[in-house]
Design a protein around this ligand. Sequence first.
Ligand code: COA
Length: 260
Amino acid sequence: MPYETVLLERDGNVALITINRPDKLNALNPQVCRDLLGALNEAACDDAVGAIVITGAGDKSFVAGADIAAMSKMSPMEGRAFADLGHAIGDTIAGCPKPVIAAVNGFALGGGTELAIACDVIYASDKAKFGQPEVKLGIIPGFGGTQRLARLVGLQKAKELVFSGDTIDAAEALRIGLACAVFPHAELLAKAKELARRMAAAGPVAVAQAKRAMNHGYDLPLPAALELEKQTFAALFGTHDQQEGMGAFLAKRKPTFQGK
Ligand code: COA
């Protein structure tokens, strides 16, 4: 289904979602958020898709933040509704049974960093810039940044970034664990798709359950999280994919997973 501000394409078993508002550096207004949600749900429900890559249109920006012009006119209730929309994107990515990779191809500021850190893996171009500049506008991060950033880089580093509004480059993002890997700009999308393809080639039920156990377990006390792992591990022995994966290894052939 076509979206006004987002492109959804399929390349084999990888879905590519491109936020397509380059004249505004792909800033997230309510329409972009709704389109992104629609595209994410469509890709999540497509049996032919094994992994999703999100990137920004143009050469300059992943997402330069939530749309400041749109936000400048919002009432508290409208601000709350906008935050709910932004959080729905993060929740959808977290709940998506397929891996979601952010290919950060330029500015990822405010909502751009928040979108990236809601994804499972961040691959960045050497031109990428990250930051949470909201306090410079008199607001705070509202799409998950006050919580997810600290979980990724630690509370102190997250406070340094959120309280100052500083922008950091790709090398610093890599150093602090915000980006998983950095590539020359021209290679970014290919590298992100290669990773997505490797993930999509693995057992889909196993990947989905690993994501669920890791996301859900991260916020549980360790004993409960380890119990979740054991239950998930055990349940996978009842799947076709486990029989196929191990059978194929023992028969020295490639597995054909059915996602069952
Ligand atoms: N919201 C709305 N519009 C935005 C935007 C945002 N977050 N970020 C960029 N744009 C728009 C600009 O207003 C401009 O529109 P115009 O051509 O109609 O004037 C266009 O995108 C290009 O941006 P411009 O500022 O001219 O590009 P630049 O290369 O000089 O600067 C940035 C790039 C990213 C440094 C700068 O655009 C910026 O600081 N953006 C805001 C970042 C931010 O604070 N994000 C968090 C919001 S909570």
